[in-house]
Structures are given as C-alpha cells and as structure tokens.
Write a protein that binds this ligand. Structure first.
Ligand code: TMP
Ligand code: ASP
Length: 237
C-alpha cells in the first residue's frame, strides 16, 4: 500500500492518503502532549507501541462484534485504516475515579464505581474539549440520536471486552477515551487509538500507573511503563 500526500497532522499521529479514496494510512509519532498541547515532550518508542497495541486490541474487538476502522498493520508505526469522518465527540468511560473526575467532584483517585460512568467531551481544541451531554451534542448536531445510541452500545461493549483483556495481564482499566467515525457508506466504526495515551492503566496489585499520567504528572518512567504494557499484552519487549 502506497503512502501518498499527508492529509492531516495531529498531536500524536499523521494521516496520509492512499490510491484508494476509502483508505488512509495512520502514522504514530513519539510526540506526547498534555493539557491541550500546553505540555510537550517525547516518549521514545511510544509511536510503535501505540500502533501495535491499538491494532492488537482493535482486531480483538472487531472479532467480538465491534466494528472498527482497522484494515492492516503495515509496519511498526503505520497502519491502513478505513477513511472516516471523525464524529467530534470524545467518549469517556470510567470504572475507577481518577483524573478530571476526581478533580471535578472533589474525590480521591481509586474509588471503584458500582457501574461505569459514560461521558462526552466536545472534540474541539480551541475550546479545550469541554464536557457535554447528549442534548448538547444533539443541539450542536454533532451526531444524531441513533448514532449516539449506537456509540453508547459499542462503547459499553468495548469497556467490558477491554476490562477482560487487560485483567488477563494483571491490569485494571481505570478509564479511557474512544473516538468514532463514519465511513463513506455511513457506517459508525470505532476509530483513533486505544493505548496508554488514551487509557488509564493501573497494575492490579501495586496500582502502579502504566500510562500517560507518568508524563502528564512528571513521574518519570513513561517509556518503561509503555513497554511494560506492551510486553504483557504481546509477550514482547
Ligand atoms: P480525564 O480524567 O483527564 O478526563 O481523562 C479521562 C481519560 O481520557 C483518560 O484515560 C485519558 C483520556 N484522555 C485522552 O485520551 N485525551 C484527552 O485529551 C484527555 C483529556 C483524556
Ligand atoms: N492529548 C491531550 C493533549 O495534549 C491531553 C491528554 O492526553 O492529557 O492535549
């Protein structure tokens, strides 16, 4: 598959056209940002890990009945995916309190919820990705009610499946963010990535953070944490 012109560069990935108008190539970078791009850095090796981890998980989700944009891993950093228009909603699920939830509601991190929470942010960097509810998303015409219902159904299924995949390797899925896209023929599919950039992952025994919070919070050991997740998931260094 031939990489043609660059269509887009985001904070963590670049997207290239291919000869097929319905297929693009995603290329993962080692660049890391936090706080809406105010903090910038590099997590060496992150691009390859996020690419391979996302693909591993997307293949398993697809096999379990969640439609995804995944087509084919091309190399360490690059993957062919279906071209979609991204629905500008960041879909966040939380199983355990952490991050902005703990801050917003004034609670400690680490409270295990009786049931997962489900929330949207409006994917809009200029506005700082503000929290929004379904009626706001409908008012802004970001998606239809049917699309939101489908996104909710897929997301809850992804949570159940991911929690299971990660439990097998001794990791608690604290929270995560998904993005969905619409293909040329109007199908809603899971897009973007599933990685330590977009999930909070804690070791189930030690509660050690194995995700991007190590970078966000200047804890050190981000590279090692990403490698550890990858090693447990794929049995590799
Ligand atoms: P939060 O606690 O900061 O709202 O983050 C919730 C989850 O969403 C966490 O797993 C990190 C992920 N996330 C992203 O993937 N991108 C973002 O821009 C933000 C703010 C969070
Ligand atoms: N990736 C986001 C940014 O730079 C935020 C984050 O993941 O914390 O803004």
């Amino acid at each position: 598959m031939q990489k043609l012109q660059q269509l887009y560069e985001g904070k963590a990935k670049k997207v290239y056209a291919t000869e097929d108008p319905n297929v693009v190539i995603v290329s993962y970078k080692d660049d890391a940002t936090a706080f809406n791009g105010q903090k910038k850095g590099t997590i060496t090796g992150k691009g390859a890990i996020n690419n391979r981890m996302t693909n591993n998980l997307m293949r398993r989700l697809e096999a379990a009945g969640v439609p995804t944009h995944y087509i084919q891993e091309l190399n360490d950093r690059e993957t062919a995916v279906k071209k979609v228009s991204i629905i500008p909603l960041e879909v966040i699920v939380r199983n355990i309190s952490a991050g902005s939830f703990a801050k917003r509601y004034g609670v400690a991190e680490g409270i295990v919820f009786d049931q997962p929470t489900f929330e949207f942010s409006y994917k809009n960097d200029d506005l700082g990705d503000p929290l929004l509810n379904t009626s706001h998303a409908l008012a802004l015409r970001l998606a239809t009610r049917e699309e939101i219902d489908l996104i909710h159904t897929y997301t809850m299924k992804v949570n159940d499946l991911l929690k299971g995949f990660l439990k097998e390797i001794g990791i608690d899925l604290v929270d995560f963010k998904l993005e969905f896209g619409k293909t040329a023929d109007g199908q809603i599919v899971l897009a973007d990535e599933i990685s330590p950039d977009t999930c909070r992952l804690w070791d189930e025994k030690t509660h050690e953070k194995l995700d991007k919070d190590r970078f966000r919070r200047d804890m050190g050991g981000a590279e090692e944490a990403y490698e550890e997740v990858m090693r447990r998931l794929m049995g590799e260094q």
